[in-house]
Design a binder for this molecule. Structure first.
Ligand SMILES: Nc1nc2c(ncn2[C@@H]2O[C@H](COP(=O)(O)OP(=O)(O)OP(=O)(O)O)[C@@H](O)[C@H]2O)c(=O)[nH]1
Ligand SMILES: [Mg+2]
Length: 598
């Protein structure tokens, strides 16, 4: 797609008409006044067979916003300067827009040569000087007259050459199509048009329509390009989509059609000035233009080259996007900016602004995935992709490691592990009976965003977890003051495994509920119903004896073979039932559950 550019009345629309035989001025008012007001669309086939679309823009300063909507998505420019008038004020505005948008392909067309052929050379020289700082600095120049037809053959050839040199756009990229028109055709319904600059589109696609006040799903019912139906389209091309179930008034210029769920919606972006006036010298209320959209923006300027833009409404922006900043008061383009961070941190505390300015100054324009990941510690990969920070290869930088869906900053990860280890060690010293740090407390302490990460941090720290508690490894947890009493109990139970201590035994050992619970968590005792305390080995020991009995067996036979009392044997048998090791047949009988070896 090629957009025109150039001062009012310099012959842009006439040129498009001469090249395509199509009328770019769509409105009756435009034709009556001989003035382009809004975008015009036309296309033709070049000598090579290549199809080319044109978007014709208005030159008049009053319609600069429309001009920017035409230039916004354009990869190639046909920059028009009339031979008789030469370089003029809006030539300058359009040059500034092209510089801000970083458009690098195009050609310079000197029109109306029939009126001032002698001046053509000087006009070319001046235009080259003016465009020297833009991507069009070495654009080929062609001198034409639409009236006589002189130079049009050369112009077609030159266009063909320029288009052949434009690098092919990414067909696999996620789609973002900025809408430039929405209208209705009887029988077909809503038609939405735009320039497909990357990604592919097919009939039946479900896309997200990113509108002024909401995002909704739309289905592409039909597709056209250059007036013909297509099943699918690849960039760069003009597209007209027939959308299902949405009135055309609900789609606007500046809306975007998106690949679903892969774009970030953002109202705040940090940008770097690429062209134009130092940011400290520009008004703090501007219009930001991107694609076909124009949104009022408030600047919170950090320095000459960096500012935060707070947009009046969210846009689907990504790292690297080029914005044109326009001052609605003076109707001037104040410059261009590039998105450095589409989701910047809030500035809350004193000094945040200065710190942010410093880190933006350091950031390279391709964005810095390391900076983003280190700032947050861990970031979901999908989010990084939305921010435009993941390269095609998907390989993280050196200090970033992938844990599941997360990209984690390795130094931060190690610091988390160290902090967790310290916290767990201190807790076990302070309160040996605590049984470890709860996962909830650990997550709060580290502020890790996901439990999967917490597990990884626990492993990294060389800690163990059980029952939602994180503790030191091999935790034959020292039970502190209760240690001696528990050891004593252990040795008694080792010699008489089913001789559970009586309440007064526990009392004389100073073992209360808290101490016993800690010992159980540490895996040193089990507590059964009715205050029965045994070694953790007791259940399997009991099973060994019970399976020697004739099946089924009675409670009393069990009591005898285990050499214990009813107080102990009943909770013990219930415990075995609960584990599925024994089965209660009736009030007086049980049997051992035989397991088939599989
Ligand atoms: N003599 C002569 N007149 C031309 C030529 N090209 C355009 N014109 C005339 O210049 C006037 C302006 O032409 P347009 O094509 O409307 O100019 P434009 O650049 O599209 O103007 P805006 O869209 O309003 O910015 C018209 O009267 C055209 O007939 C040319 O090559 N020779
Ligand atoms: Mg025109």
């Amino acid at each position: 797609m090629v957009a025109t550019a150039g001062h009012v009345d310099h012959g842009k629309s006439t040129l498009i008409r001469a090249l395509t035989g199509m009328e770019p001025d769509r409105w009756e008012e435009e034709r009556r006044r001989g003035l382009t007001i809004d975008l015009g669309f036309a296309w033709t086939t070049l000598p090579s067979g290549r199809e080319v679309s044109f978007v014709d823009v208005p030159g008049h300063q009053r319609f600069l916003a429309n001009t920017l909507a035409g230039l916004g998505p354009a990869p190639v420019i046909c920059f028009v300067v009339a031979a008789d008038e030469g370089w003029q004020e809006q030539s300058g505005d359009h040059r500034d827009a092209i510089a801000a948008l970083d458009i690098r392909h195009g050609l310079l067309v000197i029109t109306k040569a029939d009126r001032a052929s002698a001046r053509a050379e000087a006009v070319v020289a001046r235009a080259r000087e003016e465009l020297a700082e833009t991507g069009l600095h070495d654009a080929p120049a062609v001198v034409v007259s639409a009236n006589t037809g002189d130079g049009l053959v050369e112009l077609r050839d030159a266009l063909d050459n320029v288009l052949a040199r434009v690098p092919p756009p990414a067909t696999h990229a996620r789609l973002r199509l900025w809408v430039d028109r929405s209208f209705t055709i009887t029988g077909a319904g809503t038609i939405v048009t735009g320039t497909l600059t990357s990604g592919t589109m097919s009939r039946g696609d479900v896309l997200q329509l990113f509108g002024i006040d909401r995002i909704r799903a739309v289905t592409v019912r039909g597709l056209q390009s250059h007036g013909e139906f297509r099943a699918g389209l690849v960039p760069v091309t003009r597209v007209a989509l027939n959308l299902r179930a949405i009135p055309h008034e609900e789609v606007h210029r500046g809306d975007a059609l998106l690949t679903p769920d892969v774009w970030l919606s953002t109202r705040t972006v940090d940008v770097r000035r690429t062209t134009g006036d130092p940011l400290t010298k520009v008004p703090t209320q501007l219009f930001a233009h991107i694609g076909t959209s124009a949104v009022p923006a408030r600047l919170r300027t950090f320095d000459d080259d960096h500012t935060r833009l707070v947009l009046d409404r969210p846009l689907p922006l990504v790292l690297g996007d080029r914005l044109v900043l326009r001052d609605p008061g003076s109707r001037r383009i104040v410059g261009g900016a590039q998105v450095l961070d589409a989701d910047p941190p809030a500035l809350r505390r004193r000094g945040d602004g200065a710190r942010r300015a410093a880190s933006l100054a350091e950031m390279h324009s391709g964005g810095d995935v390391s900076v983003e990941v280190s700032r947050r510690g861990a970031v979901e990969e999908t989010r990084l992709r939305r921010l435009g920070l993941v390269g095609e290869d998907g390989v993280p930088p050196k200090e970033v490691r992938i844990l599941g869906a997360w990209w984690v900053h390795q130094p931060t990860f190690e610091a988390w592990a160290q902090r967790l280890h310290t916290a767990v060690r201190e807790l076990s010293q302070r309160d040996p009976l605590a049984g470890g740090l709860s996962r909830g407390a650990a997550a709060d302490l580290l502020a890790v965003p996901d439990v999967i990460l917490l597990d990884a941090v626990v492993r990294e720290a060389g800690l163990e977890q059980a029952g939602g508690q994180i503790r030191l490894p091999g935790a034959r947890a020292d039970l502190g003051p209760a240690e001696a009493a528990i050891s004593e109990l252990e040795s008694r139970l080792t010699s008489a495994p089913f001789h559970a201590p009586e309440a007064y035994d526990l009392q004389s050992l100073s073992l209360g509920a808290r101490e016993l619970a800690a010992a159980e968590r540490a895996g040193r005792l089990v507590r059964l119903r009715d205050g029965v305390v045994l070694l953790p080995t007791a259940p399997s020991l009991a099973m060994r004896a019970l399976s020697q009995l004739e099946q089924p067996f009675t409670t009393s036979q069990a009591r005898q073979v285990l050499n214990t009392t009813r107080r102990v044997v009943i909770p013990l048998l219930e415990h075995l039932d609960a584990r599925g090791w024994t089965r209660r047949i009736d009030a007086g009988h049980r049997e051992v559950v035989r397991r088939d070896r599989t």
